[in-house]
Design a protein around this ligand. Structure first.
Ligand code: NAD
Ligand code: DAU
Length: 353
């Protein structure tokens, strides 16, 4: 049997595929459109591995997905594919609507058609796991309790609204058609292969390049950080034992204001790769115009997945961020490779002035 992963050339998807093939004999069909965020270099170590079948394609291409599901006797789909960067969704929401909503709809239709044709036994074993985000719940006030699975959906950006819409479609396909779905809503990930347009990799890469470290607004927005490998283990566990139709919140119990994250990175780099002038990388911090509609705080209550499925993160923030900074120091070639022309255009547009 085989699993089909979408978006497996992106940040979390590629970590998931690498971990899966390191731990399982089961093959992976990896369908990725290879947008600016998709990078086959993340999967270079799988070259020649017959367990990894890469197909460049769109999740909205029903004919392609149906064909792959049948051809490879797929027993589960894990849907990572999405437009994922909030700032890009503010500048241009169109692609987010197209992939995250219309694309997910196409994928669900293909899976529904495929599952309808399966025997009762194969149907009962089939799973569709949709990877979603804590951002669908909106923003928390400083003293509010962390998001549980019962929290109201209140998405605030075009990105989170498009993810919320996709979550609703997934839920509806279970309720209406009995599609065997599972949904995970995870907090902010960090770790290897993170595209350097997101906070943590951008700060590491800019620091090393002697560039400003752009902190939005007052830098006191709070995110709940989870090492990417822990997110991957949570997804594996939900796929294995999650209850059909349920959603599981995944988080690291690691709430931190952005400015603290940036200062931690600066201080780690001060130790690991000191600046030539002996000053701290923190000197490069530069407060810039805030993100439009910037959510103030996210926090995940991850008790359900721990109680029901026994999942807990293995990494602390201190160990995870140290590994991550070291990974970027050791993989400067990867960084240089992703900093393509289109990436440079984005940085110029986003941080002009
Ligand atoms: P990413 O932007 O790094 O990767 C997305 C991948 O999807 C890329 O490889 C891209 O080429 C591919 N893709 C985009 N549109 C596609 C399409 N139409 N068809 C096929 N492939 C397509 O994203 P990520 O950070 O790895 O996030 C993966 C998933 O996890 C997303 O659904 C995101 O919403 C969710 N998520 C991310 C985080 C986070 O902190 N990064 C946290 C919680 C949930
Ligand atoms: O919460 C989960 C979400 O986390 C995922 O669903 C998204 O796909 C993922 O991109 C991430 O969204 P964020 O908007 O939280 O991540 P980002 O790294 O873009 O920003 C993290 C925080 O840092 C946020 O408060 C904005 C701030 N920031 C970001 C950048 C890029 C800065 O202050 N400066 C920056 O240059």
């Amino acid at each position: 049997m085989t699993i089909l992963v979408t978006g497996g050339a992106g940040f979390i998807g590629s970590n998931f595929v690498l971990d899966w093939l390191a731990q399982s004999q089961e093959s992976v069909v990896n369908v990725d459109k290879l947008t600016y965020a998709g990078n086959l270099a993340n999967l270079a170590s799988l070259q020649g591995n017959p367990g990894h079948i890469f197909v460049q394609g769109d999740i909205g291409d029903r004919a392609l997905i149906e064909k792959l599901l049948k051809q490879h006797q797929v027993r589960a789909v894990v849907n990572f594919a999405a437009e994922s960067h909030v700032d890009r969704s503010i500048h241009g929401p169109g692609e987010f609507i197209q992939t995250n909503i219309v694309g997910t709809f196409g994928l669900l239709e293909a899976v529904r058609a495929h599952v309808n044709g399966l025997s009762d036994t194969d149907k009962a074993a089939f799973r569709f796991l949709h990877v979603s985000t804590d951002e669908v719940y909106g923003s928390l006030s400083p003293d509010a309790a962390a998001f549980t699975e019962q929290h109201r959906y209140e998405p605030n950006s075009p990105y989170s609204a498009s993810k919320a819409a996709s979550d609703h479609l997934v839920r509806a396909y279970h309720h209406t058609y009995g599609l065997p779905v599972l949904t995970t809503n995870c907090s902010n990930n960090y770790g290897p292969y993170h595209f350097p347009e997101k906070l943590i990799p951008l700060m590491i890469v800019n620091a090393l390049a002697g560039k400003p470290l752009p902190v939005y607004g007052d830098g006191m927005q709070i995110r709940d950080w989870l090492y990417v490998k822990d997110h991957c283990s949570a997804i594996r566990r939900v796929l294995e034992a999650g209850r059909l139709g349920e959603t599981y919140n995944v988080g690291g119990w690691n709430e931190k204001p952005n400015i603290e994250i940036v200062r931690t990175i600066a201080s780690l780099l001060d130790g690991l790769r000191p600046r030539a002038d002996g000053k701290s990388y923190a000197e490069q911090i530069s407060y810039v115009t805030d993100r439009l509609g910037h959510d103030r705080r996210y926090a995940i209550d991850a008790r359900k997945i721990e109680r029901e499925l026994g999942w807990k993160p293995a990494e602390t923030f201190e160990s995870g961020i140290r590994k991550t900074v070291q990974w970027y120091l050791d993989n400067q070639e990867w960084v240089a490779q992703v900093q393509s022309g289109s990436y440079r255009d984005w940085i110029a547009q986003q941080y002009q002035g």
